[in-house]
Design a protein around this ligand. Structure first.
Ligand code: SAH
Length: 219
Protein backbone atom coordinates (compact mmCIF):
# COMPACT_ATOMS: atom_id res chain seq x y z
CA UNK A 1 0.00 0.00 0.00
CA UNK A 2 1.44 3.36 -0.96
CA UNK A 3 -0.09 5.45 1.79
CA UNK A 4 -0.37 4.53 5.47
CA UNK A 5 -4.05 3.96 6.20
CA UNK A 6 -3.86 6.05 9.36
CA UNK A 7 -3.18 9.17 7.31
CA UNK A 8 -6.23 9.10 5.05
CA UNK A 9 -9.54 10.60 6.07
CA UNK A 10 -11.36 7.26 5.90
CA UNK A 11 -9.16 5.54 8.51
CA UNK A 12 -11.70 6.10 11.32
CA UNK A 13 -14.47 4.54 9.24
CA UNK A 14 -12.20 1.61 8.49
CA UNK A 15 -11.54 1.00 12.20
CA UNK A 16 -15.29 0.79 12.77
CA UNK A 17 -15.60 -1.61 9.83
CA UNK A 18 -12.92 -3.82 11.42
CA UNK A 19 -15.03 -3.90 14.59
CA UNK A 20 -18.12 -4.90 12.56
CA UNK A 21 -16.16 -7.68 10.83
CA UNK A 22 -14.83 -8.87 14.20
CA UNK A 23 -18.40 -8.81 15.58
CA UNK A 24 -19.39 -11.05 12.65
CA UNK A 25 -17.01 -13.65 14.10
CA UNK A 26 -13.80 -13.13 12.12
CA UNK A 27 -10.69 -13.72 14.28
CA UNK A 28 -7.80 -14.11 11.79
CA UNK A 29 -5.47 -11.18 12.58
CA UNK A 30 -4.07 -10.98 9.04
CA UNK A 31 -7.59 -10.74 7.59
CA UNK A 32 -8.63 -8.07 10.12
CA UNK A 33 -5.43 -6.17 9.37
CA UNK A 34 -6.18 -6.30 5.63
CA UNK A 35 -9.69 -4.90 6.26
CA UNK A 36 -8.07 -2.09 8.26
CA UNK A 37 -5.73 -1.27 5.36
CA UNK A 38 -7.72 -1.58 2.12
CA UNK A 39 -9.48 1.69 1.13
CA UNK A 40 -12.88 0.16 0.20
CA UNK A 41 -14.21 3.60 -0.87
CA UNK A 42 -11.93 3.33 -3.94
CA UNK A 43 -13.67 0.08 -4.96
CA UNK A 44 -17.31 1.23 -4.92
CA UNK A 45 -19.01 3.65 -7.34
CA UNK A 46 -18.43 7.27 -6.35
CA UNK A 47 -22.13 7.86 -5.58
CA UNK A 48 -21.99 5.07 -2.95
CA UNK A 49 -18.78 6.15 -1.19
CA UNK A 50 -20.63 7.25 1.94
CA UNK A 51 -21.70 3.59 2.39
CA UNK A 52 -18.31 2.09 1.57
CA UNK A 53 -17.45 1.28 5.20
CA UNK A 54 -20.76 -0.28 6.14
CA UNK A 55 -20.69 -4.06 6.34
CA UNK A 56 -23.09 -4.47 3.42
CA UNK A 57 -23.02 -5.54 -0.23
CA UNK A 58 -23.28 -2.77 -2.86
CA UNK A 59 -23.87 -2.64 -6.65
CA UNK A 60 -20.67 -2.13 -8.70
CA UNK A 61 -22.14 -1.89 -12.24
CA UNK A 62 -22.53 -4.48 -15.03
CA UNK A 63 -25.32 -6.03 -12.88
CA UNK A 64 -22.73 -7.25 -10.33
CA UNK A 65 -22.27 -6.64 -6.60
CA UNK A 66 -19.39 -6.28 -4.18
CA UNK A 67 -20.11 -8.59 -1.21
CA UNK A 68 -20.26 -7.39 2.39
CA UNK A 69 -16.74 -7.11 3.85
CA UNK A 70 -17.53 -9.75 6.50
CA UNK A 71 -18.43 -12.20 3.70
CA UNK A 72 -15.08 -11.60 2.00
CA UNK A 73 -13.32 -11.84 5.36
CA UNK A 74 -15.05 -15.16 6.21
CA UNK A 75 -14.02 -16.64 2.85
CA UNK A 76 -10.40 -15.55 3.20
CA UNK A 77 -10.20 -16.65 6.84
CA UNK A 78 -11.32 -20.15 5.80
CA UNK A 79 -8.35 -20.38 3.42
CA UNK A 80 -5.94 -20.16 6.42
CA UNK A 81 -3.38 -18.17 4.43
CA UNK A 82 0.13 -17.64 5.81
CA UNK A 83 1.17 -14.82 3.47
CA UNK A 84 3.15 -16.94 0.98
CA UNK A 85 0.46 -18.63 -1.13
CA UNK A 86 -0.30 -18.36 -4.84
CA UNK A 87 -4.04 -17.76 -4.98
CA UNK A 88 -6.56 -17.97 -7.82
CA UNK A 89 -9.64 -15.77 -7.57
CA UNK A 90 -12.57 -16.31 -9.94
CA UNK A 91 -14.71 -13.16 -10.33
CA UNK A 92 -12.55 -10.06 -9.74
CA UNK A 93 -15.55 -7.69 -9.67
CA UNK A 94 -14.43 -4.41 -8.12
CA UNK A 95 -11.09 -5.87 -7.02
CA UNK A 96 -11.79 -5.33 -3.30
CA UNK A 97 -11.54 -9.00 -2.35
CA UNK A 98 -8.51 -9.21 -4.64
CA UNK A 99 -6.89 -6.47 -2.54
CA UNK A 100 -7.69 -8.29 0.73
CA UNK A 101 -6.13 -11.45 -0.74
CA UNK A 102 -3.08 -9.51 -1.96
CA UNK A 103 -2.43 -8.45 1.65
CA UNK A 104 -2.94 -11.91 3.15
CA UNK A 105 -1.32 -14.18 0.49
CA UNK A 106 1.83 -14.04 -1.66
CA UNK A 107 0.49 -13.48 -5.18
CA UNK A 108 -3.03 -13.27 -6.55
CA UNK A 109 -4.18 -14.33 -10.02
CA UNK A 110 -7.73 -13.16 -10.68
CA UNK A 111 -10.02 -13.95 -13.62
CA UNK A 112 -13.00 -11.76 -14.56
CA UNK A 113 -15.32 -12.40 -17.53
CA UNK A 114 -16.57 -8.79 -17.91
CA UNK A 115 -13.78 -6.71 -19.49
CA UNK A 116 -15.19 -3.39 -18.17
CA UNK A 117 -15.06 -4.72 -14.59
CA UNK A 118 -11.53 -6.06 -15.04
CA UNK A 119 -10.39 -2.63 -16.32
CA UNK A 120 -12.07 -0.89 -13.41
CA UNK A 121 -10.55 -3.36 -10.93
CA UNK A 122 -7.07 -2.74 -12.36
CA UNK A 123 -7.59 1.00 -11.87
CA UNK A 124 -8.97 0.52 -8.35
CA UNK A 125 -6.03 -1.70 -7.32
CA UNK A 126 -3.52 0.78 -8.76
CA UNK A 127 -5.21 3.65 -6.91
CA UNK A 128 -5.03 1.60 -3.69
CA UNK A 129 -1.34 0.85 -4.30
CA UNK A 130 -1.81 -2.93 -4.48
CA UNK A 131 0.81 -4.55 -6.72
CA UNK A 132 1.06 -8.34 -6.34
CA UNK A 133 -2.00 -9.06 -8.51
CA UNK A 134 -2.51 -10.17 -12.14
CA UNK A 135 -5.94 -9.96 -13.77
CA UNK A 136 -7.10 -11.94 -16.81
CA UNK A 137 -10.29 -11.30 -18.80
CA UNK A 138 -11.84 -14.70 -19.49
CA UNK A 139 -13.89 -17.63 -18.24
CA UNK A 140 -12.66 -18.35 -14.74
CA UNK A 141 -14.46 -21.70 -14.62
CA UNK A 142 -11.50 -22.86 -16.73
CA UNK A 143 -9.02 -21.60 -14.10
CA UNK A 144 -5.76 -20.00 -15.24
CA UNK A 145 -3.65 -22.86 -16.55
CA UNK A 146 -0.49 -20.82 -17.21
CA UNK A 147 -0.01 -20.16 -13.47
CA UNK A 148 -1.39 -23.43 -12.07
CA UNK A 149 -1.19 -25.16 -9.67
CA UNK A 150 -2.53 -22.88 -6.92
CA UNK A 151 -2.29 -23.20 -3.13
CA UNK A 152 -5.74 -21.71 -2.63
CA UNK A 153 -8.76 -20.55 -4.63
CA UNK A 154 -11.75 -18.30 -4.03
CA UNK A 155 -14.76 -18.38 -6.32
CA UNK A 156 -16.75 -15.15 -5.90
CA UNK A 157 -19.88 -16.23 -7.78
CA UNK A 158 -22.57 -18.91 -7.25
CA UNK A 159 -21.61 -22.19 -8.89
CA UNK A 160 -23.79 -25.24 -9.69
CA UNK A 161 -20.88 -27.46 -8.57
CA UNK A 162 -17.09 -27.31 -8.29
CA UNK A 163 -15.74 -26.68 -11.83
CA UNK A 164 -13.50 -29.66 -12.75
CA UNK A 165 -10.65 -27.49 -14.15
CA UNK A 166 -10.37 -25.69 -10.81
CA UNK A 167 -9.96 -28.98 -8.92
CA UNK A 168 -7.28 -30.01 -11.41
CA UNK A 169 -5.40 -26.74 -10.82
CA UNK A 170 -5.51 -26.94 -7.01
CA UNK A 171 -2.33 -28.26 -5.35
CA UNK A 172 -2.53 -31.37 -3.17
CA UNK A 173 -3.20 -29.98 0.30
CA UNK A 174 -4.89 -26.95 -1.25
CA UNK A 175 -8.07 -25.18 -0.14
CA UNK A 176 -10.92 -23.69 -2.21
CA UNK A 177 -13.79 -21.53 -1.07
CA UNK A 178 -16.85 -21.65 -3.34
CA UNK A 179 -20.57 -20.89 -3.00
CA UNK A 180 -22.35 -24.01 -4.33
CA UNK A 181 -26.04 -24.08 -5.23
CA UNK A 182 -28.74 -22.56 -7.43
CA UNK A 183 -28.72 -18.81 -8.26
CA UNK A 184 -31.12 -17.88 -5.43
CA UNK A 185 -29.39 -19.60 -2.46
CA UNK A 186 -26.03 -21.28 -1.99
CA UNK A 187 -23.86 -22.84 0.67
CA UNK A 188 -20.43 -21.27 1.06
CA UNK A 189 -18.33 -24.42 0.94
CA UNK A 190 -14.70 -25.17 1.80
CA UNK A 191 -13.30 -27.78 -0.57
CA UNK A 192 -10.01 -29.39 0.40
CA UNK A 193 -7.90 -31.91 -1.48
CA UNK A 194 -5.40 -33.96 0.53
CA UNK A 195 -2.03 -35.31 -0.61
CA UNK A 196 -3.69 -38.50 -1.91
CA UNK A 197 -6.16 -36.48 -4.01
CA UNK A 198 -9.14 -37.19 -1.75
CA UNK A 199 -11.66 -34.37 -1.74
CA UNK A 200 -13.58 -33.15 1.31
CA UNK A 201 -16.35 -30.55 1.45
CA UNK A 202 -17.24 -28.54 4.56
CA UNK A 203 -20.33 -26.31 4.48
CA UNK A 204 -19.58 -22.97 6.21
CA UNK A 205 -22.68 -20.77 5.88
CA UNK A 206 -25.63 -19.86 3.71
CA UNK A 207 -24.82 -17.33 0.98
CA UNK A 208 -26.27 -15.43 -1.92
CA UNK A 209 -23.82 -14.59 -4.70
CA UNK A 210 -24.39 -13.52 -8.33
CA UNK A 211 -24.25 -16.49 -10.75
CA UNK A 212 -21.01 -17.89 -12.16
CA UNK A 213 -21.42 -17.85 -15.95
CA UNK A 214 -19.29 -19.97 -18.21
CA UNK A 215 -18.34 -23.41 -19.47
CA UNK A 216 -18.54 -25.01 -15.99
CA UNK A 217 -20.96 -22.49 -14.51
CA UNK A 218 -24.59 -21.64 -15.30
CA UNK A 219 -25.81 -21.40 -18.96
N1 SAH B 1 -15.69 -10.21 -4.87
C1 SAH B 1 -15.99 -9.19 -5.85
C2 SAH B 1 -17.40 -9.26 -6.35
C3 SAH B 1 -17.60 -10.41 -7.22
S1 SAH B 1 -19.18 -10.42 -8.00
C4 SAH B 1 -15.71 -7.83 -5.30
O1 SAH B 1 -15.02 -7.75 -4.26
O2 SAH B 1 -16.08 -6.83 -5.88
C5 SAH B 1 -18.89 -11.82 -9.02
C6 SAH B 1 -18.03 -11.55 -10.21
O3 SAH B 1 -17.86 -12.77 -10.90
C7 SAH B 1 -18.66 -10.58 -11.21
O4 SAH B 1 -17.78 -9.53 -11.45
C8 SAH B 1 -18.89 -11.45 -12.46
O5 SAH B 1 -18.74 -10.73 -13.66
C9 SAH B 1 -17.80 -12.49 -12.28
N2 SAH B 1 -17.99 -13.75 -13.00
C10 SAH B 1 -19.13 -14.46 -13.20
N3 SAH B 1 -18.86 -15.59 -13.90
C11 SAH B 1 -17.51 -15.58 -14.14
C12 SAH B 1 -16.59 -16.47 -14.82
N4 SAH B 1 -17.00 -17.61 -15.40
N5 SAH B 1 -15.30 -16.13 -14.87
C13 SAH B 1 -14.84 -14.99 -14.30
N6 SAH B 1 -15.64 -14.11 -13.65
C14 SAH B 1 -16.96 -14.42 -13.57
Amino acid sequence: MSKPASRDSYAGYRSRLVEAVRAAGIRDMAVLHAVSQVPRHLFVPEALRSQAYEDTSLPIGSAQTISAPSTHARSIEALQLTGREKVLEVGTGSGYQTALLALTAGTVFSVERVAALADQARRNLAAAGVGNVSILVGDGTLGWRAYAPFDAMVVAAASPDVPAPLLEQLKPGGRMLIPIGPPDAQVLTLVTVDETGTQARTPLSGARFVPLRGTHGFE
